[in-house]
Ligand binder design. Sequence first.
Ligand code: BEZ
Length: 354
Amino acid sequence: FKQKTAYEIRLSLVGSEMCIRDRPKDIIMQITRRRLVQTGLAGATFGAPFVVRAQVARELKIGLITGPSHNWTQAMQSFSEALKKESGGRLSAAVFPAGQLGNEATMIQQMQTGALDMGFLTLAEFSNRNANFGAFFAPYLTRDVSHAAKVLKGKEAATVLDQLSDQGLAGLGFGLGGMRHVLSRAAAPNAAALKGKKFRITPFAPLRDFYQFAGIVPTPIPLPGLFDALANGQIDGADVDLELVWTLKLFQQAKHLVLTKHMMFPVVSVMSGRVFAGMSQPDRQLVRRVMAVELDKLFAKYAQAEGEWLTQIRGTGIEVLQVGREFFGDVASAWEKHWSPSAPSLPKLRAEAA
Ligand code: BEZ
């Protein structure tokens, strides 16, 4: 009865004992009426076989790669508190930040087996597994985070979210990080100045291709290694957002920020398909509803914080160069031509964005 996935149970009265079928695992267990009293089910009226939804207490494990102070981690902490409140303390979540449970690829595998309940992950790893997710990284698809939020809450995004079920996952919704820019150790008045330089990228194909088309050497380094790679001179610069520049103090290592806004950077809330299927319908709805509220708060947070981070970064005295999409010349169209065949959602996302 205490099986984590035993949410929907079939009961039939056999003398003073109950026969319980744990549907997900097809386990039949005999338990006494006393156990039902202990578990709070004895108040039900028992007659012919019927189905009850057991109100099982549960703590969901959520994994992320971002550190404790990052807005994504804070959003999941807030989700945990809200879930506890809304479920009357029955459901909650324990948040494991900073890659404590492994990198994103490992966390996806854990969710596929049901060993991890939830993740709040970049779309990077998903685009490595299903190229259609690469559509979200089309250069200059969105103008800013407010525009990106609208696209990520749109119809085509919902269609792509559903495709996570092919990977044994349940998509709960998209959120986002800041727009992407270029941070360079040397002055970068134009893209030609970056040619042949080594720039850190988040390890995924759409971003790698963007840098390759720009003639910059893409150097895949996961987020936790970014500061050290800049500090020890392993790279000449990095693909970043303003939150990273400010909170990781990257401005101390590279003093030329080019505000290119060349991509948005979505995050997705996912749950193990197995775990989700094992929850009762009302619990699934509750999790979705509470998560939707947190994602909306996250969208609003970035819309406000982007300006604040920029002001703080400018205050450090580093060079901040504002550029338009001409900075990268025809890189965007080369990217689009290359990715269109493998990312069928791209035209619809572009149409919605427009
Ligand atoms: C990055 O790889 O740049 C990144 C990862 C997670 C959140 C924000 C940025």
